[in-house]
Design a protein around this ligand. Structure first.
Ligand code: F6R
Length: 259
């Protein structure tokens, strides 16, 4: 696992966008994994800028989403599919038919979860962007999630519903249920890129990166993956015990070694 402490949230976004742009430019049929929430928005903006300046094209790319709310009307403005289209997909040349997300309106939700899991694995994700919840979740794998779980329905914790209430009129409107790629599904991606900025992420990041691998902090499963890049700003890095070592390592990174 490589931890990069960047001077600002903008610098974090620039690094994350660089990783995605490189993957998209070097693969014939790149597959990118998209997270929702606030953390990756500046990264999407960077990618949109790179696209507009002709430095990256997504015409041959596909994208898979990590998770989706259950219970919102189709096309609801805060459904994750709507958000990811508004914030990224509809602003670059990625065909909307190539944006994959779980069918949360299916009459057979369990079958839809399995079908989505198979799609994600069959496509093969090159780079998966991740944010981290205040309770250590990735995707919507809340604490207690099996470390080898697959795509399934989960119930959000009270903390996550409170955290996400800012996108709705009130916390009562935040759905209780979601479909999320499982931790085992996420781990099939070739490269995991975690984006965490701000003081509110200091504790979950320290627990995920330096704590024990445990279902109490689902993001700690990243420690078992062979290629993980954790991009944090100074605030999110505040509780990392090995911060000086991560800085030293990055400053002395061999020039031939990409992120
Ligand atoms: C969203 C997702 C979640 C968020 C996490 C952090 O697709 O997978 O794990 O990344 O809840 O959200 P923000 O970035 O809003 O703090």
């Amino acid at each position: 696992m490589e931890v990069v402490i960047a001077p600002s949230a903008d610098a974090v976004a620039a690094l994350a966008a660089e990783i995605v742009a490189r993957a998209v430019s070097t693969s014939e049929h790149p597959v990118i994994g998209l997270a929702t929430g606030s953390s990756p928005i500046p990264t999407y903006q960077r990618l949109i800028d790179l696209h507009r300046s002709g430095q990256v094209s997504f015409t041959h790319a596909s994208a898979v989403m990590l998770d989706e709310y259950v219970g919102l009307p189709r096309g609801h403005r805060e459904s994750y599919r709507s958000v990811i289209r508004r914030e990224f997909v509809d602003r670059v040349d990625l065909a909307v038919e190539q944006l994959h997300s779980p069918d949360v309106h299916s009459d057979d939700l369990a079958a839809a979860c399995s079908a989505y899991d198979e799609t994600v694995v069959a496509l093969g994700v090159d780079v998966q962007l991740l944010g981290i919840g205040g309770d250590g979740h990735i995707g919507f794998n809340e604490p207690g999630s099996s470390l080898v779980s697959r795509t399934r329905i989960k119930t959000l914790t009270a903390q996550t519903r409170d955290d996400n209430a800012r996108f709705f009129e009130s916390v009562e409107e935040v759905p209780r249920h979601v479909v999320t790629q499982g931790l085992g599904t996420i781990a099939t991606a070739r490269h995991l890129v975690m984006i965490a900025t701000g003081a509110g992420k200091a504790e979950p990041i320290a627990t995920a990166v330096e704590g024990p691998v445990s279902a109490i902090c689902p993001a700690s499963v990243m420690q078992l993956h062979p290629h993980v890049t954790v991009l944090v700003d100074e605030e999110a890095a505040a509780l990392l015990r090995l911060a000086d070592y991560y800085r030293h390592t990055y400053e002395n990174k061999p020039s031939w070694q990409a992120l």
